[in-house]
Design a protein around this ligand. Structure first.
Ligand code: MSP
Length: 519
């Protein structure tokens, strides 16, 4: 059997509107992590998609005078997919919950749980928040309003089908006790454990008062509760319920269980309680990790379209560019904490870290290669201290990024970048160049700087795929070493890879000054 893929998912997003930077935050984080794992030479599968059923989407379609299916088709094709393309998201698949491949597998899964005795008919009476698509508990409300959406909840009373969720409280508690890394960060795990210890009731998994959903296979008057439907996307997209000998079944065994479900902290309980319980009931392996990141805040509250605080990614990328967008959010906010986006902070980091530290180092080197080395990589020479620092940088960044501590990982790489800048400044190649007898010394300084930039391009490629690919080309590395995608993290610190004599080019400035970008 072939190797199990590193399988990572984002939440599937509601298509009640176009994406804002909160959605992009999760998807960029997933893209960085999966690109990094690919760069480690692993087989990777990265899934994202859209959550299209339920009242929230149905009502937004209605208020826009469209049928739910047309509304979803339009938004997916004109907004969601283009935004991910623009942000250089390299997902392997995109699942929509209205696709037959998903709907059929959801029905089969549900039928199976029915046959296994985990589903029964009952009456649900209580508050429901359409914004969250969630049956609420008294503690979830503030003066009758949902704490997340600050909107009044609706009271519902329906005969529904129920999933025996509370049967799984003890196995779930045991699971999190034995596998602390199954829910991170620690604060998230504590929240889940406290929630489980507080007692969990059985869960209504169907609705009977509207029809925008997947029909319950044995009771077509009801549609499957949107979260039960949506959570299953992670498994339906890779072949859940297909027979083991079929293509789908083989693919399922190569991908499942998911290695990481990335989620915002608002939807932690669904992923760390309901979802693993559904899988346990079906006798399937449960995900290896659910990681709950924090929120992007506006005025101290979760940024959201429904509160009219959503900023579209294009508002930022049109000014700073796509790479800077990706860099900023992964670098500035510790993953797992809340953070605020500020125009000033982003401008400051763009200028000091991207334009000055990284971009300027590249421009200086490429200009000097042009001037002093006939636009070619010079002869190799002893690298000295930089090799040791680079080896340490690779070790620290690899460990941190694999542990989803993107900030520490990127900081380590940027510290190396600063060190290389210091190396150039201290060695003054422009002074050495004036003395023809010091040609060997000059070559050594420039070769070492070029090698450092080669390493920086590979290490930063998962964060900033556009500018690093340009730099890779300017260094002539595409010709001597092959594509940047093929470079392996474990080999990055092997010194002396750039081939002397390879043609380089001055190229364009990687991160133009903001005043210039505005012209
Ligand atoms: N459709 C459900 C998820 C189903 S997964 C089986 C849903 N969709 S959502 O469109 O509301 O988006 C949820 C995710 O978007 C959050 O979990 C989070 O990952 C991301 N974010 C939405 N707003 C955000 C912020 N303001 N800040 C950070 N992430 C945010 O819930």
């Amino acid at each position: 059997m072939s190797e199990k893929s590193f399988y990572l998912t984002t939440p599937i997003y509601y298509v009640n509107d176009a994406p804002h930077i909160g959605h992009a935050y999760t998807t960029v984080a997933g893209d960085l992590l999966t690109r990094w794992h690919r760069q480690r030479g692993e087989s990777v599968w990265y899934l994202t998609g859209t959550d299209e059923h339920g009242q929230k989407v149905m009502r937004s379609a209605e208020s826009n005078g469209a049928s739910p299916q047309d509304w979803c088709d339009r938004l997916v094709e004109n907004a969601w997919k283009p935004v991910w393309r623009d942000l250089e998201i390299a997902n392997d698949d995109f699942i929509r919950t209205t696709e037959p491949r998903h709907m059929e597998r959801v029905q089969r899964f549900m039928q199976d749980l029915m046959e296994k005795g985990f589903i029964y008919e009952g009456k649900y009476e209580g508050p429901y928040c359409v914004g969250c698509e969630e049956f609420k508990l008294p503690g979830d409300l503030d003066d009758g309003k949902c704490k997340i959406h600050s909107k009044s909840v609706e009271m519902i009373s329906e005969i529904n089908w129920f999933f025996k969720l509370s049967d799984f409280v003890a196995p779930l508690l045991k699971h999190y006790e034995e596998n602390p890394s199954a829910c991170e960060p620690e604060s998230a795990r504590n929240e889940v454990v406290a929630f489980l210890e507080g007692g969990v009731s059985h869960l209504s998994i169907s609705r009977s008062t509207f029809d925008w959903g997947i029909p319950v296979p044995w009771d077509r008057k009801q549609v499957i509760y949107v979260w039960f439907d949506a959570l299953l996307n992670y498994a339906t997209a890779v072949g859940l319920t297909d027979s083991p000998e079929s293509e789908g079944g083989k693919f399922f065994s190569r991908t499942w269980p998911a290695d990481v479900h990335l989620v915002g902290k608002d939807i932690l309980r669904f992923h760390a309680v309901i979802w693993p319980a559904m899988l346990m009931a079906a006798g399937l392996p449960i995900p290896r990790k659910v990681f709950a990141h924090g929120w992007l805040l506006v005025g101290g509250e979760k940024m959201s379209k429904s509160k009219l605080t959503g900023i579209s990614p294009a508002d930022i990328t049109s000014h700073f560019g796509v790479d800077a967008f990706r860099y900023y959010f992964m670098r500035a906010i510790p993953f797992g904490n809340d953070g605020s986006f500020s125009w000033e902070d982003m401008s400051a980091r763009y200028t000091s870290e991207l334009a000055n530290d990284f971009g300027n180092l590249a421009s200086r080197l490429l200009a000097m290669l042009n001037k002093y080395c006939d636009g070619k990589i010079p002869e190799k020479n002893e690298a000295g201290k930089l090799t040791k620092s680079l080896a340490r940088t690779v070790a620290v960044s690899d460990e941190a990024i694999c542990a989803l501590d993107f900030q520490t990982g990127i900081n380590a790489i940027m510290d190396f970048c600063k060190e290389v800048n210091g190396y150039v400044t201290a060695n003054e190649p422009w002074v050495v160049a004036k003395d023809p007898s010091r040609k060997g010394e000059l070559d050594a300084i420039l070769y070492n700087t070029a090698e450092s930039l080669r390493a920086l391009a590979v290490l930063l490629f998962p964060v900033m795929p556009i500018s690093t690919k340009k730099l890779w080309n300017y260094l002539g590395a595409e010709n001597s070493l092959g594509s940047i995608e093929k470079q392996v993290i474990s080999q990055v610190s092997t010194w002396g890879q750039l081939r002397p004599g390879t043609k380089t080019s001055k190229g364009e400035i990687l991160f133009p000054r903001l005043e210039e970008a505005e012209k």
